[in-house]
Design a protein around this ligand. Structure first.
Ligand code: ZN
Length: 501
């Protein structure tokens, strides 16, 4: 070993010793004061948030906001066209329909990805996945990504989240520190798989109301994000679900079209699965109604900004490979989501132009009178609608390690598929007016501006196939990507949700 190497090793050993001493000191201090944070529902201190972000975040002057209160409701796996709000043949969403009567309703809102982590991080940061770069399960949000909760907290808001999907637990995504109160408790046994844990819509609403009526500081404006996990599969509406849908003729499907987690033993009538999915929607609709009632009776609703959306949709029986799942393509069934925005100065109307869930953060910031950072990909929905095609991306079910990306226009969408090489391999388009079910792919002209813009995004993307280089080892089968440090329990959880085989 050279003397240079020896002195470097000595330096590393000294540094390591200092870090260990400091870490032990901090732990002893925390234990002494009884301040070790709990995993769920923990309160996070301001000093923790000071160290979390790039220095520029704290250098930018942040005005103090006087309000309004902000309530952001997101529903997992809720496809827009199965809601009566959007013309579905069944009365699945009577409470949301009622809420829509005083809201700005976006008929064409798009998620940024067909599965939870990338899409939710877009919803909370106002950035597309190629910018926030959370593209896998168990991949944590990095310090460069400032969430709307961080902005609002600096502006004097009290911030809280109640999330009921385990892939949004603080362990899985690292969002807990971004909120003063982060309740990710998922502890109810699933009805047919008692070894699995969940928190149904009723428990989610209860936890949100408990924060609103108990912990909330009445002297501050509040930001509450509530993420419901129903109607995520397996589709098991509770016994007291508000509706019981039935159908006449069965529609038999091949067993190999069903992923293990969603499969009911011996049940091959696809319409039975659709009935149960719709019943779960009606159930979560009732619970959202209960939350809105509580919000109103506490006296917050009149002056509040209330937003309702979903992180992605769900394929029913239109998938090429699997039925009743999401995360394998960018079909309308998985990226077209509901979006309703209610605020006193906002018009009550239906909006036909396509918008994205990255528009939620700038909308909240504008309504709160706060500056909108330049690096956001979204545009405020509080004013006129910005004319640009929403972007979405997802793993390609056909070929592992490939990504498909889309721009959605009023009447057309273009799709580009590629791998790690930054070079588009295939592209096609759909005419959404004449072919709403996307069954007839059309050629794309490489000279058209949408294609050129997409090519630039792909070429500028450090992780073109959507799997960050540092986590590349963690890529698992079935199209879903899992960060390398996900442990045995995490993989078991992901299997139960159908993301890993
Ligand atoms: Zn989801």
């Amino acid at each position: 070993m050279s003397s240079h190497s020896r002195s470097r090793m000595a330096l590393i050993a000294t540094r390591t010793a200092i870090i260990i001493v400091l870490a032990v000191g901090v732990l002893v201090g925390l234990c002494f004061w009884g301040a070790l944070p709990e995993k769920a529902g923990a309160s996070n201190s301001d000093s923790a948030s000071r160290e979390l972000f790039p220095a520029e975040f704290h250098r930018v002057e942040m005005p103090q906001a006087k309000g309004p209160h902000v309530l952001l409701i997101s529903v997992d796996t809720l496809r827009a066209d199965h809601m009566s709000l959007y013309g579905y043949r069944r009365p699945t969403t009577p409470r949301i329909d009622q809420f829509a009567k005083s809201s700005r309703v976006f008929d064409r809102a798009y998620a940024t990805a067909p599965f939870t982590p990338p899409s939710v991080v877009s919803m909370l940061t106002g950035r597309y996945p190629y910018n926030h770069r959370v593209r896998m399960f168990w991949q944590r949000v990095t310090a460069e990504n400032i969430t709307v909760a961080d902005h609002l907290r600096r502006a004097g808001y009290q911030t809280a989240a109640v999330v009921s999907n385990v892939v949004l637990s603080d362990d899985a995504c690292g969002l807990g520190i971004r909120f003063e109160h982060y309740d990710d408790q998922v502890s109810e046994p699933e009805p047919r798989r008692p070894h699995m844990r969940e928190r149904r819509a009723a428990g989610t609403t209860d936890a949100a109301i408990a924060w609103l009526t108990g912990t909330r500081d009445a002297n501050k404006p509040s930001f509450l994000w509530v993420h419901y996990n129903d109607p995520h599969g397996p589709y098991t509406p509770p016994d007291d679900a508000p509706v019981d849908f039935t159908h006449d003729q069965p529609k038999l499907i091949a067993e190999d079209r069903l992923l293990e987690y969603v499969k009911e033993p011996g049940l091959l009538d696809g319409l039975e699965y659709v009935d149960r999915y719709d019943e779960e929607i009606a159930y979560v609709d009732r619970e959202i109604g209960r939350l809105l009632d509580a919000y109103t009776s506490i006296g917050l609703a009149d002056d509040a900004l209330i937003i309702l959306t979903a992180d992605h949709g769900e394929q029913m029986m239109e998938g090429e490979r699997f039925f009743f799942c999401h995360g394998y393509n960018v079909h309308e069934s998985v990226i077209h989501v509901p979006l309703l925005v209610r605020y006193k100065s906002m018009p009550v109307e239906r909006v036909a132009q396509p918008v994205s869930i990255v528009d939620i953060v700038p909308t909240i910031l504008e309504v709160a009178g706060l500056p909108i950072p330049g690096e956001l990909d979204g545009y405020s929905l509080a004013r006129g609608i910005h004319d640009r095609p929403p972007y979405a991306e997802g793993p390609d079910a056909e070929v592992k390690g490939r990504l498909i990306r889309t721009f959605v226009y009023a009447d057309r969408k273009i799709v580009v598929q590629h791998g790690r090489s930054n070079i588009p391999r295939r592209s096609w388009a759909y005419d959404l007016r004449s072919d709403p079910h996307e069954s007839n792919p059309l050629p794309v002209d490489p000279a058209e501006s949408a294609y050129i813009a997409m090519e630039q995004i792909i070429r500028g993307d450090p992780d073109p196939a959507g799997q960050p280089t540092t986590y590349a080892k963690g890529i698992r089968p079935t199209g879903a990507a899992v960060a390398d440090h996900a442990d045995h329990d995490a993989l078991r959880t992901l299997r139960s949700l159908g993301y890993v085989e």
